[in-house]
Structure formats: C-alpha cells, structure tokens
Design a binder for this molecule. Structure first.
Ligand SMILES: [Zn+2]
Length: 479
C-alpha cells in the first residue's frame, strides 16, 4: 500500500534534485508542481514508486499568441506540463516495445501492433495544489472566514530544498513556530493562510497565473474582488471565468459568488485564453485517458490515472469529486476499452517548499513583491534530454530572433510530440489498423484517425462537456 505522504515526498525530492534552471527566485517567487508516479507490483514483489514525469508552471498564453505551427506551449500550468512530459515518457516506452525490447510498462495487446499496460502497472497523478477552476471553489467553514496570520516558514525549508530533501511537513514547522512564540493557526482549519493577499491587503498574483489553490481572491483580469468581510458563508474564489457559452457566475456576495460544475477558461495575460482549467482537463482524462489521441493508435486501452494526490493546501474532497468525477459520471456509450473512471482522491499533509504560502512566509521585501515564477520546468524519465525549461511558451532564454526556429521549441510542444510520434510510426514493424492504408499528413489528420479516442471524446462532449472550447482547426493543420 502507498500513502499520500510518500507520493508527495517523492515528488518534492525529484523536484529538489533538478538543476536550478527555471526554479523560482528564493524568497520572492513561487510556483506549482505536478507529477506522474509509476506504481508497479507483481506477484513476487512490489517495486518502489517512481516519478516518471514532472512539471512546474503557473502561466497560460492568450489567444492572440497562439499559432498554427504547433511550436508554442499554450498552457503551461504544472498539471498540463507534467502530463505532456508523461506523453514523452509513454512514447519512449512504446518505442522500445515496438522494437521488441522488453518494456517495463507495456505488454502486447490482442490487436495488431497495439499495447496495453502490464498487469500491476498503474500511474498516480500528483499535484501540489488543488487544480484551478471548479475544484478550487471550496466552501469556507465558519472558522475560516477571517484571514489569519501566515505562518512564518522556518528557514530550513529552503535548505531542505537545496539539499534535495523532501517537502515540508506541516506539523513540525508549526511546532517550531509555536516554540518561537509565533501565532499559529492549524492548517486544516485555516486554508486562508494561503489567501493571495499581499501587504496592505493588495491582491497578489499576476494576470495569467493560476491562483495557487482556491484562493479567496481571483488573479485574473476583472476578478480582483477582495474577500467579503461578512460573517456569512463564503467560498474560496477562482480567477477563472466560466466559458462564454455556459451559465455565468452570479457574483453575489458570499457563497453565491460562483456557480459550480461549469467549465472554466484560465485567466490569461492581457487577452483571454482558450485553455480550459486543470479541473476540466483532469475530468476529461478520467474518460478519454491521459495518453492523447496520437498514442492511442498504439494502445489497445487508454491510460487512466488510478489516483489523484494533492499536496497540503486548501482542499475539499467534495469539490474535487464534483469537479473531477461527478460531472462525467453519467457518460455512457463509450467505445470498447473506454470507461468513466473514478480515481482515488487523497490529500497529503506535506506542503510544496516553493508554494505561494511558504514563499510569502520567507519573503524578503527588498527583492520586490512576491510573484509567480514565469518559467515552466518539464522533466521526464527518458534517456535523451529529460529536462526542458520554457518561458512564455518557448524554450527559456531564446532570443526574439530565434523564435520560430526549431531551437526555440519546447520538447513538449505539439510539433515536437507529433514529430516523435511520427518517428514511432516509421519505426513500427507493423502498423495498427487505425493507421493502415490511410493518407495521413497533418497533426489534425493523425488525431482524427484515432477512431476510438475520437468517439469517446465525442460522447463526452455530447453528454457532459458540450461547452468545451476547442482549438480552431486551422491551428492544428501543421505537418
Ligand atoms: Zn491550472
């Protein structure tokens, strides 16, 4: 059996062992972390859990920056970055399997050139924070309606991180603070420790950043309402707006501010984004799988996360279940191999050392205000170039002149994932039926040809997510 703490610790350790490139600036910047953890057991033994993909990031580009070359990352939220790294990992594993090598995770399916996970292999999705959007609309209990003193993070947190040690256990740090005579509130009853309110009560968080986790103040344009002082029931708020065609938030004071269960788009920098919130994407992966349309050509069954573990932050099991599962629970008529999954939901008490709340606690005001880190780190367990650091959707540090060139592309952008998928097709000794005898050229063509996947996605849209904002087709026609 695994524990949520063990999964969280493992992910923080993996992060702590990475080079510093793309990590937040000490004492001033924060970020969010997500990861995929492989679990495997056989009749003989249980292998140790292993992080196979990891992502950090808080940003999302606006619609005006999207292009039809597939060379920019539209959505760099940690969950999305981690999942794209996971696709790189799966592609690499399939490459081995197709060559007849012994893959650690795949075994041949019953259909021609299609694979399935080995018995006993499963994947857990970890996120350091409640996913943005619907899952972040969390009721506040009566004792939470006043912002309370942030806990000063002990200085050894950063030491822990630089030494590559694990994350921060809530209780020992609190004990330390108590010993020092500092005011301490219990985390479990006081999620407003994490409220995104800066000095002088100003609203922090930048446009285009994910609100850390069910923060009481939004971070998107037009959402800078402060938490009401009323003593009535209230909810944590999200800066993500409902998709334009859906029911809209009533914006009434207190708990009537938001509507729940609605698809939401991520706040962008300046202009609006077309990216759906992480709550919505996770809900979708529970139905169509997390492998994407392309890899489903080589997979007999989609790959589902068996559990979702969330690190220490404001959290509601009820809101998670509503956002990730209940909205799709009634979907039927899915093609063979597909089904609506209900991953186990668990909450760990270990906090991510670079979380907004802990950075706030050690904030050095001489360095400027606390801001989300602009870079996104992707790491995955592949032999060639496991690390990929981006900013604004392109490789970090590329010059303006180089944008548009292959060197500026992230290894997890659509064009790169498509190119490694095509090399997989070329290397296959036999093609699966879905790719045989077809004239396929573009990214769009290959995605559409994945019939089972497309059918499942269509059923999900028809029955639950009809308002899903889809990327314009002309942006997916690259070769
Ligand atoms: Zn998000």
């Amino acid at each position: 059996m695994w524990s949520a703490e063990e999964v969280a610790r493992l992910c923080y350790e993996r992060y702590g062992a990475l080079p510093r490139t793309g990590m937040p600036q000490m004492g001033r910047e924060w970020t969010l972390l997500a990861a995929v953890v492989k679990m495997s057991s056989s009749q003989q033994h249980q292998a140790a859990p292993e992080v196979v993909a990891l992502g950090t990031g808080t940003k999302c580009i606006g619609q005006s920056k999207m292009n039809g070359r597939g060379n920019i990352l539209n959505d760099s939220h940690a969950e999305v970055v981690a999942r794209r790294g996971f696709i790189r990992y799966l592609t690499e594993q399939l490459r081995g399997a197709l060559k007849g090598q012994d893959s650690g995770i795949f075994s041949p399916g019953t259909e021609r050139s299609r694979w399935r996970l080995r018995p006993g292999v499963s994947f857990i999705f970890f996120t350091s924070h409640t996913p943005c959007g619907d899952a972040s609309i969390i009721p506040m209990v009566a004792s939470q309606d006043q912002p309370c003193q942030p806990i000063r993070a002990p200085s050894d947190i950063t030491d822990h991180l630089t030494k590559g040690k694990s994350g921060v256990e809530a209780s020992p740090s609190k004990r330390k603070a108590e010993e020092n005579g500092e005011p301490v509130k219990r985390l479990k009853t006081c999620p407003l420790d994490c409220a995104v309110v800066g000095e002088g009560g100003s609203v922090l968080g930048e446009e285009g950043s994910d609100p850390p986790h069910g923060s009481s103040t939004g971070s998107g344009p037009g959402s800078s309402e402060t938490a009401p002082d009323s003593k009535g029931p209230d909810v944590h708020r999200t800066g993500a707006k409902c998709v334009p065609t859906a029911k809209q938030d009533p914006l009434r004071p207190g708990e009537g501010y938001h509507c729940v269960g609605v698809l939401r788009v991520k706040p962008g920098r300046g202009d609006r984004t077309l990216s759906l919130c992480c709550s919505d994407k996770l809900a979708r992966w529970n139905v169509v799988g997390c492998q994407g349309a392309l890899l489903s050509h080589f997979l007999q069954e989609p790959i589902y996360f068996s559990a979702v573990v969330t690190g220490e932050c404001p959290y509601s099991q009820e809101a998670m279940k509503r956002a990730l599962m209940d909205r799709c629970a009634h979907v039927t008529d899915l093609p063979p191999g597909y089904s609506v999954r209900a991953p186990e939901l668990r909450h760990a008490s270990l906090e991510f050392p670079h979380s907004h709340r802990l950075v706030q606690g050690t904030h050095d005001s001489s360095k400027g205000r606390v801001t989300p880190c602009g870079a996104a780190i992707s790491w995955c367990a592949v032999p060639d170039q496991p690390l990929d650091v981006t900013a604004n959707g392109y490789k970090q540090g590329v010059t303006k002149k180089a944008l548009g060139t292959a060197q500026a592309r992230s290894l997890i952008c659509k064009a790169e994932l498509f190119s490694s998928f095509k090399s997989l097709v070329v290397s296959a000794l036999e093609l699966p039926d879905s790719l045989r005898g077809k004239e396929l050229k573009t990214y769009w063509d290959y995605k559409q040809a994945a019939e089972g996947y497309q059918k499942a996605w269509e059923k999900l849209r028809e029955q639950a997510f009809s308002e899903w904002v889809r990327s314009p087709r002309e942006l997916l026609q690259f070769e």
